[in-house]
Write a protein that binds this ligand. Structure first.
Ligand code: ZN
Length: 177
């Protein structure tokens, strides 16, 4: 039965949906925080500001989910039982590809990928669930992710792609992360 749920990416209970959303938003916020901090230290304060703002959206969304879950008993899901397609939560999947010298365009491209995946996850749930309340919530969350995708698109237009030597550092740190 678990395999069926996984295969179809189908979530029919509000509790299960909210448990997924909570993990997704928390991990997204953590990822953005990490990128934002790194941008602030090594690179670009303007983009750092954007990532910290995205982080805040994630935390706000997680709070919203927690509120929706008030009075409900959210299941504890072991990591391998989540209905993610490749075992990692959609909004954070690419964050560990972060490099300390990453340029704004690259960080933004990673964020865009994560937001698109998050949108695809919520839209997929909305399309496949048999529960009207889950559909309603998933549609609402998918719309929020669309807004993030739109916002990032504006930023990506502002920052040209990285040059070829983006990771050349004449004085590399003694203990790379
Ligand atoms: Zn988002």
């Amino acid at each position: 039965m678990t395999d069926d749920v996984k295969d179809a990416n189908r979530i029919d209970s509000v509790e299960l949906f909210l448990a997924h959303a909570l993990t997704l938003e928390n991990e997204a916020a953590d990822g953005y925080q990490e990128i934002g901090d790194s941008m602030a230290v090594h690179n670009n304060p303007e983009v750092a500001g954007l990532f910290l703002q995205m982080c805040k959206y994630g935390r706000m969304h997680a709070d919203e989910v927690r509120e929706l879950a008030t009075g409900l008993d959210l299941p504890h899901i072991p990591p391998w039982e989540y209905s993610w397609e490749d075992g990692e939560s959609p909004e954070s999947a690419s964050m560990d590809k972060m490099h300390y010298m990453m340029q704004p365009a690259q960080a933004l491209a990673l964020a865009m990928k994560a937001e698109r995946q998050a949108h695809a996850f919520y839209a997929g749930v909305a399309a496949s669930t048999a529960n009207p309340r889950v559909r309603e919530l998933a549609q609402q969350f998918a719309a929020e992710e669309s807004e993030h995708v739109r916002l990032l698109g504006e930023w990506i237009a502002k920052y040209p792609p990285a040059d070829d030597n983006w990771d050349y550092d004449p004085d590399p740190p003694a203990m790379p992360e």
